[in-house]
Ligand binder design. Structure first.
Ligand code: PBG
Length: 327
C-alpha cells in the first residue's frame, strides 16, 4: 500500500531521476554578458564592488568577447565609460564614442557569431549623472532627452549593434528610437526595452563601474519605476510594445519575480531579466566570507529567474556559468 504523503520523494531519490523530471534548465543560450569598456586605458581596471568584473580596455574587451564566443555565450551588452563627460552626454551619439568604436571593432572580430547589444542611455556620458538632459529647473527634460536617444540609437546601429537597449525610462523613448532607426535605414536593428525598470538601490556597484554619481545626491525616482508597484510595470510593457519594442526587460530580477511571472503570462515576446550589479555583489560578498556557496547560489538564483518566466538573463555571472555548463 502506498502512502500519499511519501509520493513526492520517489522521483527525488537519485540525481538521474531528478534530472529526468527537472522542469527548468538554465542554458548557455539564455545568457547575456554585460561588459564595460573604458576609453583611453591600456590595461583593464578592476571594479572593487564587482569582484571579477572589470572596466575593459578595447584590447581586453576583444579578448573577452572572443572567449565568450568560444564558450557559446550568444550575446553581450556593452556599457561605455567615456574619457570626457558633458551636460548633453555627447559621447553617447558620437561615431567615435567608445561604445561605437567597440561595436565596430567587435563586429570585425567576430562577425555574426555573437549578438551585439548596446545599452542606450545618457547617464554614463553626462557630467551630472542623470539619464537625460536637464531643464533649466534641474528636472530631466523628457522630450529633449528622447531626441538624444534617437541619435544615440542611430550611432549604435551604424556601428553595428544588432540590438539597442534603451534604459533611461523616458516616456516615448521606444517610439522615438524606432522612428530614428527606421528613418536612417536601420529597420533590421531590434529594440530591447528596459520596460519595467525600477528605481532600485541594487544598482550601486554599477555606478562605480561606469563612474557615475548623480549631482547633489539626486536619484532617478522621477523616471524609474516605484518598487511599490507591479501593475504599473505591465502598463510600461504594453506601452513599449505598442511603441515598437521587440523584446522587453524586467530589472532588477530577484525582488521582481512576481513582475516577471505576470509579464510572462501577459505577453508573448521574449522577456529579458537583468540580474543587476547589487544582486551579483551580494552573492560574491557573502561567498567571500564563506557564508554561502557562491556558485550554488548563483545557479539557484539564475534558474529561479528563468523559472519565473525570463527567456534571457543579463548577468555578471555569464562567463562563470558558461564555463560550468559548457559541454
Ligand atoms: C543606465 C543603467 C543602469 C544599469 C543598467 N543601465 C544604472 C541606473 O539606472 O542607474 C544598472 C545595471 C546594474 O546595476 O547592473 N544606463
Amino acid at each position: 500500500m502506498s502512502f500519499p504523503q511519501r509520493r513526492l520523494r520517489r522521483l527525488r531519490r537519485t540525481p538521474a531521476l531528478r534530472r529526468l523530471v527537472a522542469e527548468t534548465h538554465l542554458r548557455v543560450d539564455d545568457l547575456v554578458a554585460p561588459l564595460f569598456v573604458r576609453e583611453g586605458i591600456d590595461e583593464p581596471r578592476p571594479i572593487p564592488s564587482l569582484p571579477g568584473v572589470v572596466q575593459h580596455s578595447l584590447a581586453s574587451l576583444r579578448a573577452e568577447v572572443r572567449e565568450l564566443v568560444g564558450l557559446g555565450v550568444p550575446a553581450v551588452i556593452l556599457f561605455g565609460v567615456p574619457a570626457h563627460k558633458d551636460a548633453r552626454g555627447s559621447g553617447a551619439s558620437d561615431p567615435d564614442g567608445i561604445v561605437q568604436v567597440a561595436l565596430r571593432t567587435l563586429r570585425d572580430d567576430v562577425g555574426d557569431d555573437v549578438v551585439l547589444m548596446a545599452d542606450l542611455c545618457l547617464d554614463e556620458y553626462t557630467d551630472h549623472g542623470h539619464c537625460g538632459l536637464l531643464a533649466p529647473d534641474g528636472s530631466v527634460d523628457n522630450d529633449a532627452t528622447i531626441e538624444r536617444y534617437a541619435a544615440a540609437g542611430i550611432a549604435q546601429a551604424e556601428a553595428g549593434a544588432d540590438i539597442v537597449a534603451p534604459s533611461g525610462m523616458m516616456d516615448g523613448q521606444v517610439r522615438a528610437i524606432r522612428d530614428g532607426l527606421d528613418g536612417d535605414g536601420f529597420e533590421h536593428v531590434a529594440i530591447l526595452a528596459y520596460a519595467a525598470k525600477y528605481a532600485s538601490a541594487l544598482y550601486g556597484p554599477f555606478r562605480d563601474a561606469v563612474d557615475v554619481s548623480i549631482t547633489g545626491g539626486g536619484d532617478r525616482k522621477s523616471y524609474q519605476q516605484d518598487w511599490h508597484n507591479a501593475r504599473e510595470a505591465l502598463e510600461e510593457i504594453r506601452l513599449d510594445l505598442r511603441e515598437g519594442a521587440d523584446l522587453v526587460m524586467v530589472k532588477p530580477a530577484l525582488a521582481y519575480l512576481d513582475v516577471l511571472a505576470r509579464a510572462r503570462a501577459e505577453v508573448d515576446v521574449p522577456i529579458a531579466a537583468y540580474h543587476v550589479s547589487g544582486e551579483y555583489a551580494m552573492v560574491r560578498a557573502a561567498a567571500e566570507r564563506g557564508w554561502i556557496d557562491g556558485d550554488a547560489v548563483a545557479m539557484e538564483h539564475l534558474t529561479a529567474i528563468k523559472r519565473a518566466g525570463a527567456d534571457l538573463i543579463l548577468t555578471y555571472f555569464a562567463r562563470e556559468i558558461a564555463e560550468v555548463l559548457a559541454p
